[in-house]
Design a protein around this ligand. Structure first.
Ligand code: MG
Length: 381
C-alpha cells in the first residue's frame, strides 16, 4: 500500500507533536516528507532523525543550522518547501495567521489540508474555502470541536439547524471575577483540561478561543452566526453537537486528547485501525455537565457573537487585535482583563467590509495590529 505523504507545519508545537505521535504509531500508513518550525531547531532536528525526514523549514531567519537534510529559511523558504515537495496532505498547526499563505499554496497544488490554525479561516475563510472547492481540496478540521462536527456531518445530506460548540470554560469559568483580576500568565497557562500552546491557552481562559471557533465553524459548515451556540462542558468529553432540521442531534465523544481528531484527519476518508489508546469510560465518568456561558464574565465571547454577525473586516480585527493583546499579556505588559477591553476598543473603529484578495486581507490585518498596539498603551502597566 502506498503511504500517505505528510508535511507538518508547526511540527514542534503542541498540536504538531500530537500529529507526529499519531504518525509514529501508524508508520505503515504515513510518511513525513517535510516539517516546519519557528525556532525550536533542537526538537526539529530530533524529528528529522526520528522520522527520517528530508526537508526542514525554519521560519525564524536569524537561525542558521548545518544539516545533511534540505533546509529552507524564513517565510519565503517555507513557501518554497510547500511548493517543491511532493506530498498528499499539509498539516497546518502554526499558531496565528502565518500559515495562511502556505495553506493557499498547497490548495493551489491540490493538496488536502489538515487545519489546526483557526485564525486562517477567521481572517480568510471565504478565500480559503472557495479556492478549496475550486480545486476539489478537502479541508479537514483538526480543531476538536470542528472535527466533531465534521465527523457528525460526514455523508449527511440533511440540513443543519444548529451547531453546539462545547467549551471547557477555561481556568475561570467557575471562579469569581476577582480571580481574573489577579491572573498572571503563569496562572493562566496552567489549563485544567487541555495541554496546549500558550496563545490558545490564554484564548481558552478569555473564551476568545470559542469566539474564533464560532467564525471558523461558519466557514467550514456554511452556517450563519445565529445557528451557532456555545455550551460550557467542563468534562471535555462531548466535543460538539449538530442539530438537524428534524430535531435530531448527533454528538461526537472521545477522551480529552487531540489524538482522536488527529487520527480522524490523518486516515480520512478511512476510519483508521483498531487503536490501543485510552478508551472513554462513561460509566466511570457517571455524569456530564453542560452550562450556558456567562457573556458578562467573558466579554470576548460576547464580542465574538456580535462580530460573527458582521463582515470580514470585523473578523480580521477580532483575531488580529486579540493576538496583539494576548502577546502583551504574556509579556506581562497588560492585565488579563485588559484583553477584552483592547479588543472592544479596536473593534469600535472598524467598518464593515469584505475583501477579495489575500493582499487586502493581510493589509487590514497589519493595520489592525498597529491600531491594537496604540490602543494597548492606554492599558499598559
Ligand atoms: Mg478547539
Amino acid at each position: 500500500m502506498k503511504k500517505k505523504r505528510i508535511v507538518v507545519l508547526g511540527a514542534t508545537g503542541s498540536v504538531g507533536q500530537t500529529v507526529l505521535r499519531e504518525i509514529a504509531a501508524h508508520r505503515e500508513f504515513f510518511e513525513v516528507v517535510g516539517i516546519a518550525c519557528q525556532r525550536n531547531v533542537t526538537r526539529a532536528q530530533e524529528l528529522l532523525l526520528e522520522f527520517n525526514i528530508s526537508a526542514l523549514a525554519i521560519t525564524d531567519e536569524t537561525i542558521h543550522i548545518t544539516s545533511d537534510r534540505k533546509i529552507y529559511r524564513g517565510s519565503a523558504g517555507l513557501m518554497a518547501m510547500v511548493t517543491e515537495l511532493d506530498f498528499d496532505a499539509l498539516v497546518v498547526a502554526i499558531s496565528g495567521i502565518d500559515g495562511l499563505k502556505p495553506t493557499l499554496r498547497a490548495i493551489d497544488r491540490s493538496k488536502d489540508i489538515i487545519l489546526a490554525s483557526k485564525e486562517i479561516l477567521v481572517e480568510a475563510g471565504d478565500l480559503v474555502m472557495q479556492r478549496a472547492r475550486e480545486r476539489g481540496v478537502q479541508i479537514l478540521p483538526l480543531d476538536s470541536e470542528h472535527n466533531a462536527i465534521f465527523q457528525c456531518t460526514r455523508g449527511e445530506t440533511g440540513e443543519i439547524q444548529k451547531l453546539q460548540l462545547t467549551a471547557s470554560g477555561g481556568r475561570f469559568w467557575n471562579l469569581p471575577v476577582s480571580a481574573m483580576e489577579a491572573a498572571t500568565p503563569e496562572i493562566v497557562l496552567n489549563h485544567p483540561k487541555w495541554s496546549m500552546g500558550a496563545k490558545i491557552t490564554v484564548d481558552s481562559s478569555t473564551m476568545a478561543n470559542k469566539g474564533l471557533e464560532i467564525i471558523e465553524a461558519m466557514h467550514l459548515f456554511q452556517v450563519q452566526a445565529e445557528q451557532i451556540e456555545v455550551l460550557v462542558h467542563p468534562e471535555c468529553v462531548v466535543h460538539s453537537l449538530v442539530e438537524f432540521v428534524d430535531g435530531n442531534i448527533l454528538a461526537q465523544l472521545s477522551p480529552t486528547s487531540m489524538a482522536y481528531a488527529a487520527r480522524a484527519c490523518l486516515f480520512f476518508p478511512e476510519r483508521g485501525i483498531a487503536s490501543q489508546s485510552e478508551k472513554l469510560d462513561l460509566a466511570f465518568l457517571g455524569s456530564l455537565h453542560f452550562y450556558a456561558p456567562d457573556l458578562k464574565k467573558f466579554p470576548c465571547l460576547r464580542l465574538a457573537y456580535e462580530v460573527a454577525r458582521r463582515k470580514q473586516s470585523l473578523h480580521i480585527a477580532y483575531n488580529a487585535a486579540n493576538e496583539v493583546a494576548v502577546e502583551l499579556f504574556l509579556a506581562h505588559k497588560i492585565s488579563f482583563l485588559s484583553i477584552p477591553q483592547i479588543l472592544d476598543a479596536v473593534l469600535e473603529k472598524i467598518d464593515d467590509r469584505t475583501f477579495a484578495t489575500l493582499e487586502e486581507i493581510l493589509a487590514v490585518d497589519q493595520m489592525v495590529r498597529s491600531q491594537a498596539c496604540q490602543v494597548a498603551r492606554r492599558f499598559a502597566f
